[in-house]
Every structure is written in C-alpha cells, then in structure tokens.
Design a protein around this ligand. Structure first.
Ligand SMILES: NC(=O)c1ccc[n+]([C@@H]2O[C@H](COP(=O)([O-])OP(=O)(O)OC[C@H]3O[C@@H](n4cnc5c(N)ncnc54)[C@H](O)[C@@H]3O)[C@@H](O)[C@H]2O)c1
Length: 269
C-alpha cells in the first residue's frame, strides 16, 4: 500500500543483487512511496546479478561502484546528484561479505588478510560512503542513512564468524558518524538489525536453514521478512522518524528480547 511517504525524496540504494536481496525490496518500496532512486552495486554484481531487471522495472539508473573504492564512491555520489537533480534524502547500505566464511575458515583459524577485506567491504565501506557524501555536501537536512546489521554484533552466534565483528564495527560507525552528521546538517544515521532472511548473503552462513527455523520459533512474531524490512526502511527514510538517530534498531519479531521460548523446548520433546 503506497502512502506517498517518500514523495519528492531522492536516494541511493546499495546492494540489490537479485530479487531475494533485502535492498531489492527496499528499492521497490521506496519507488512505490514516491522516491526517485539510483541503484548501485559492485561491478561484479552487474554480471552475476539481476540488477538490470530491477532498474528497468523501476525506471532508474545504475551506477556501478565498489563500496570500498573511494574514487568509485566519489563518482557515484556526484553522478547521482546530477541524475536525481539535487542533494540526497536517503542512502541504504545493504552490503555484507566475509572472505573467511566464504572460504570456510574456522573462527579460531582465521586468515587476517581476508579479515581486513571482510571489514572493509562489510563495515568500513559504510564510513567511506558517509565520508564521501559529507565531503560532497550531498545530503539534505533531515536526510536519513541506514545500514543493515545483525544481532551477532551483541551476542555470540558461532557460525557467523568474523561477520559478528564486522557488524559491531558497522553499528559503531552509525553512532559515531551519526553525531557528526546531526551536528552538521541534522542528518540521521541508524542501523537496522534484521532477522535471518533467505538471501544470497544470508544463505552463505553455515547451518543457515536450521538457524532460520530456530529464530522463527524464538521470535514471538516469527522472523521479520525482507518485505517487512523494506517497510521499516521506508519509515526510517520518511519524515515520520526525524528524531531517531545513532540507534541500532531491532527488526526481528521480538527475537532480541527473548530468553526462553517454550515452542523450542516442546519441539525438542
Ligand atoms: N540475510 C540475512 O539473514 C541478513 C540478516 C541481517 C542482516 N543482513 C544484512 O543485510 C545486508 C544485505 O544482505 P542480503 O541478505 O540482502 O544479501 P545479498 O547477498 O542480496 O546482498 C549483499 C550485497 O552486497 C554487495 N556487495 C558485496 N561486496 C560489495 C562491494 N565491494 N561493493 C558494493 N557492494 C558489494 C553484493 O553485490 C550484494 O548485492 C548485508 O549487510 C547483510 O549482512 C542480512
């Protein structure tokens, strides 16, 4: 249901790879709510993913950018402002990748060069996006910047490996940069800590399917899906959440507040 919540707003959406991607759903919902957007993803995703289909459907442009590369980001920000006809109102960072998880390295035997790449792609890229946007004075007042996180930043989920530390770093960047953006031009920065969601990145985590079922039972409302996450992002990009900043917002059907779920004990019997 469209309510025109983002009418007249302009934004950049990182991370739509295929129709399962959370960013894909967010892009669709933003346009439905009246926003004008630019899509971006790593150059390799242009070949492997289906982003062109999304751009055709939403009648928007794609600007390839490796989110770890400052020159790519400079180009992305300046071109986006040209295409969209002015400063931005929102940015979604929906990027995550762990080299050690991909290569099935055990958490107690991590390769530290790979770990650097993981942190760069999954967390430092968020700082880079914000730093470049700030230098270009690219955000309108009361703009909203979001990144997607996971509760492994606060609690131990053994198979999530070094992505846990990536998410802790990501959430910290939101708080620290959120201060500077708020002071400079009232721009908000938050992370949304999302339920396990069946996507390419999600399914790359070992034992994901079993864990997805576990979280579904642990969460009183069930797992929050990608469509619901898109709705939440729209709310966070809208003017209805203007005083929310520097927060990590759980979007998880209640999972993060649970201690024990009788449903899980019953299913063991
Ligand atoms: N799926 C889940 O269970 C889950 C749960 C909580 C949070 N998240 C987070 O949501 C975000 C989106 O993931 P998703 O589940 O939609 O999976 P996805 O695989 O569809 O999206 C990940 C995206 O990151 C992009 N990417 C990787 N390296 C990049 C780079 N160098 N530059 C630019 N883009 C790059 C990929 O091309 C892809 O589009 C990630 O931050 C992920 O950690 C996912």
């Amino acid at each position: 249901m469209a309510n025109g919540l983002l009418q007249g707003k302009k934004g950049i959406i990182f991370g739509a790879l295929d129709s399962k991607s959370i960013a894909w759903k967010v892009a669709e919902r933003c346009v439905e709510e009246g926003a004008k957007i630019v899509l971006t993803n790593a150059p390799v995703a242009m070949r492997l993913g289906e982003i062109n289909e999304l751009a055709a459907k939403l009648q928007c442009q794609i600007i390839p950018a490796d989110a770890t590369n400052l020159a790519d980001l400079e180009n992305l920000i300046s071109q986006s402002m040209e295409i969209l006809g002015g400063k931005l109102d929102f940015v979604l960072h929906s990027i995550g990748m762990s080299v050690n998880v991909r290569k099935k390295k055990d958490y107690t035997d991590l390769n530290y060069d790979w770990m650097q790449t993981t942190f760069d792609v999954s967390a430092i890229s968020f700082h880079k996006v914000m730093q470049v946007a700030m230098k270009h004075d690219a955000m309108n007042e009361w703009g909203s910047i979001l990144a997607l996180s996971y509760i492994a930043a606060q609690r131990t989920f053994p198979d999530y490996s070094e992505m846990a530390e990536s998410k802790a770093l990501l959430e910290s960047f939101a708080r620290s940069f959120g201060y500077h953006w708020a002071k400079k031009s009232k721009v908000r920065v938050n992370t949304i800590s999302q339920s396990p969601t069946i996507t390419t990145a999600g399914s790359g985590v070992k034992g994901f399917t079993d864990f997805f079922g576990y979280a579904e039972k642990m969460s009183p409302l069930g797992n929050a899906g990608a469509d619901a996450c898109a709705d939440y992002c729209v709310a966070m990009f809208s003017d209805l959440t203007r005083m929310v900043t520097m927060q990590n917002l759980f979007h998880d059907g209640g999972f993060s507040s649970m201690g024990m779920a009788p449903e899980l004990i019953e299913s063991e019997e």
